[in-house]
Design a protein around this ligand. Structure first.
Ligand SMILES: [Ca+2]
Ligand SMILES: [Ca+2]
Ligand SMILES: [Cu+2]
Length: 320
């Protein structure tokens, strides 16, 4: 279905500008062909909804902060109770910033390319000395889950469930690898801002962007949605589970508007931050590369601790 056809089928007038109608319906969610957390592929259905055509931009987020005085998680003092054993003097507000190592490094240790940078926050996405010059139309980053939720509430919108987000990302295509089909670069065309070259030390940027890109720099999918694959990961309101529910045999029992409302399965046992629940993020980012993280796909998903702010996660909203 094209976006024009989808719009024609919308039950109500567009509630806010820059939103498109996603018609809802049955679809194949997940994938059996990539990472274990995407399995099993299974039927699900979602009702129709309106969705932001692109991730929330710096300009849009600035408007929210100006109107409300909102202070993001990355700007707030840290609670020592969340970091048992840590030196309280080191507990300073900040966020995770990607730093490209100068040479090939072991892929086993993300600290080779992620740094916790005091003073990094949405206004200073790469650290205290960085700013937002030229980034007005880029997705806002360095936003934790509560920040995304606060923005959504203020704007009269909501965050999508994983099923809603994935249905939307598929753009009306059934079971395809990417939002536009099965080929990464049809006729040689770059369709999303991802990572070309060998992650994390060699960024060839053949798509034109080393970091985030202005929203809408690549073609929209079948529903008129931009940047569903790549650019920034996007928060959803579902708690993470290590796998999807099994496919059901009978059509009667296909999950309708599924969502994961309890955090029980979301904890990353044995890892730092294991006591902090994780929500599902979708769509991959400009840092996703085939040699490390082939996740610029609708089925791809990761669990992210809800207090994490980083330079490759943003969000977009919906109206049900
Ligand atoms: Ca890129
Ligand atoms: Ca995205
Ligand atoms: Cu990735």
């Amino acid at each position: 279905m094209t976006s024009t056809a989808a719009l024609a089928a919308a039950p109500s007038a567009r509630p806010f500008k820059d939103m498109v109608w996603v018609p809802g319906g049955a679809f194949l969610m997940g994938s059996n062909d990539f990472y274990p957390e995407e399995r099993p592929a299974h039927r699900a259905t979602v009702d129709g909804f309106w969705m932001d055509a692109h991730p929330v931009t710096v300009t849009e987020f600035r408007r929210f902060v100006k109107a409300t005085g909102y202070v993001t998680i990355a700007e707030r003092p840290l609670d020592p109770a969340d970091f048992p054993g840590a030196d309280p003097e080191l507990l300073v507000p900040g966020a995770l910033v990607f730093r490209k190592p100068p040479q090939r490094v072991s892929l086993d240790d993300y600290r080779q390319w992620w740094a916790y940078v005091p003073g990094a926050a949405w206004r200073h996405p790469a650290g205290p000395d960085s700013g937002l010059d030229g980034r007005d139309r880029h997705p806002v980053t360095q936003v934790a889950y509560a920040d995304a939720e606060a923005y959504a509430a203020w704007s009269g919108k909501a965050l999508p469930t994983e099923a809603e987000w994935e249905f939307a990302a598929r753009g009306g295509l059934e079971g395809k690898i990417y939002p536009w089909g099965d080929e990464l670069t049809p006729k040689g065309r770059m369709m999303a801002n991802t990572w070309q070259g060998e992650f994390p030390w060699q960024n060839l940027a053949t798509d034109g962007y080393e970091g985030t890109s202005p929203v809408g720099s690549f073609p929209a999918n079948g529903y008129g949605l931009y940047d569903m694959a790549g650019n920034v990961w996007e928060w959803t309101c579902d708690y993470f589970t290590p796998r999807h529910p099994d496919e059901v045999a009978k059509a009667c029992c296909v999950p309708q508007n599924p969502g994961v409302l309890t955090p029980d399965q979301s904890y990353a046992t044995g890892e730092p931050g294991a006591h902090i629940p994780r929500k599902v993020i979708k769509g991959g980012s400009h840092l996703c590369a085939p040699n490390y993280c082939l996740r610029y796909r609708p089925a791809a998903r990761q669990g992210e601790t809800i207090d994490t702010a980083t330079g490759h996660i943003g969000f977009r909203c919906i109206v049900r």
